[in-house]
Design a protein around this ligand. Structure first.
Ligand code: F6R
Ligand code: MG
Ligand code: MG
Length: 400
């Protein structure tokens, strides 16, 4: 009989912040912790950790209830309700922003919050990385994940680890058409890249080991603006990764964030291109032009369904201390490069490619401005028709 499978979930939402779109108030995080403490006591979840990136509250939860479980999603929903109440009481900015429905219907999907969940048989030792991004979209993970899982010049494990060498399956979503396709690397690498290069449409949902280890990475691909039908901020996606022993090592996951200064869509008003700024959650306040887009990376070991970080064994109430990979001085240069690249993009002001192309701007506040201008346009054909000479002009010519 196979062992019971554990599910690792992150459910996240922006339900208000101090100041503007900067960070949730600590009391909001405390409220979420209290809800999850009760959910742990009730046996709904095994363990949890509450954190944030920029203005997004992130709930890490482990449990044996499987993905899309209504009790687990319900606990997350309650966290966001309680946090929203505090945000409203304090008159914080955008209180309740990502809560798009009044009533919870068993799953946060389509209701505003984003989620990434993976279910697997816990190995003898199970290192996990939790990436969290603010002010950007799900496809922001496509470049780093393809480097990590498809590029042997990035991940040496792809050529010298027997299991990693068997390759990975990629579940790719067309986020506009709500469709998916599964493709295999290395055989279909170039076709995979031909899709993912279009970051406005395609995003990686899942990466799965082909050597039988199970899921390796999962991304929250919820498109908030499409759900809401109007601009409500970018999706600020999360990504959970399993590491080592036939999967990319911890260092193979973190390396691309130093080697490449990655330009991603989002930033101010969800309308710009800025560079990914790798940092600690503590440093993730969007202080430069509402950004630049931040990315954090926290690590835990999984121990029989419980999270183990640097805290003493058996810690209760979600009181964990993760390893903060991007919070280290090793990433100082990457941060400097990100600011340099972001300043360069800003020097182009409101012109592409500093701002997004017209198709993506459809999902921002720009169409409202364009609507007002539509009636003022006149046909060039009409405008350029030769004008009839007027009588007074003729008279003038005769005098001459
Ligand atoms: C981006 C974001 C911010 C806001 C910007 C304008 O995801 O949340 O950059 O878009 O501060 O916000 P409003 O329209 O609320 O004034
Ligand atoms: Mg916000
Ligand atoms: Mg955000």
């Amino acid at each position: 009989m196979s062992a019971e499978k554990v599910t690792v979930s992150i459910i996240k939402a922006d339900v208000g912040s101090v100041v503007g779109h900067a960070r949730p108030h600590p009391s909001m995080l405390d409220a979420a912790r209290n809800v999850l403490k009760d959910a742990q006591k009730a046996g709904t979840i095994e363990d949890f950790y509450v954190t944030r990136v920029g203005d997004d509250i992130n709930l890490y939860m482990t449990h044996y209830k499987g993905e899309n479980n209504s009790d687990v999603h319900g606990a997350a929903w309650e966290c966001f309700q309680e946090a929203t109440k505090i945000a409203k009481k304090m008159k914080l900015y955008a209180a309740g922003q990502d809560i798009l429905t009044d009533a919870f219907s068993g799953n946060v999907k389509g209701a505003g919050p984003g989620s990434a969940e993976m279910t697997f048989e816990e190995r003898g030792s199970e290192p996990l990385l939790f990436f969290m991004a603010d002010k950007t979209e799900p496809s922001a993970y496509s470049l780093p994940l393809t480097r990590i899982f498809m590029d042997p010049f990035t991940t040496t494990g792809l050529v010298i680890d027997k299991r990693a060498k068997q390759g990975f399956d990629f579940e790719i979503q067309d986020v506009m058409a709500n469709k998916k396709v599964v493709m295999s690397a290395p055989e279909e690498s170039w076709s995979i890249l031909s899709l993912l290069g279009d970051t406005s449409r395609y995003a990686i949902k899942r990466v799965i080991s082909r050597s039988g280890i199970g899921p390796a990475a999962v991304v929250s691909t919820d498109k908030l603006n499409m759900t809401a039908g109007r601009y409500v901020g970018k999706d600020d996606p999360v990504c959970i990764c399993r590491c080592q022993s036939g999967l990319p090592s911890v260092g193979e996951y973190t390396q691309p964030f130093i080697n490449t200064t990655m330009l991603v869509a989002g930033w101010m008003r969800g309308s710009h291109i800025g560079a990914f700024y790798p940092c600690s959650p503590e440093d993730s306040d969007p202080t430069y032009y509402d950004g630049p887009p931040r990315i954090c990376c926290l690590g835990f070991q999984l121990n029989n369904g419980k999270l183990q970080g640097l805290e003493p064994y058996g810690a209760k109430n979600g009181e964990h201390i993760p390893v903060d990979f991007f919070g280290t001085s090793t990433f100082d240069e990457a941060r400097r490069n990100a600011i340099r690249a972001s300043k360069f993009m800003r020097s182009q002001g409101p012109f592409v490619p500093s701002i997004l192309g017209a198709e993506e701007m459809e999902y921002t506040s720009r169409p409202d401005v364009l609507k007002e201008l539509t009636d003022r346009f006149i046909s060039l054909d009409e405008a350029e028709k030769p004008k009839k000479k007027t009588a007074s002009k003729k008279k003038k010519t005769e005098v001459e």
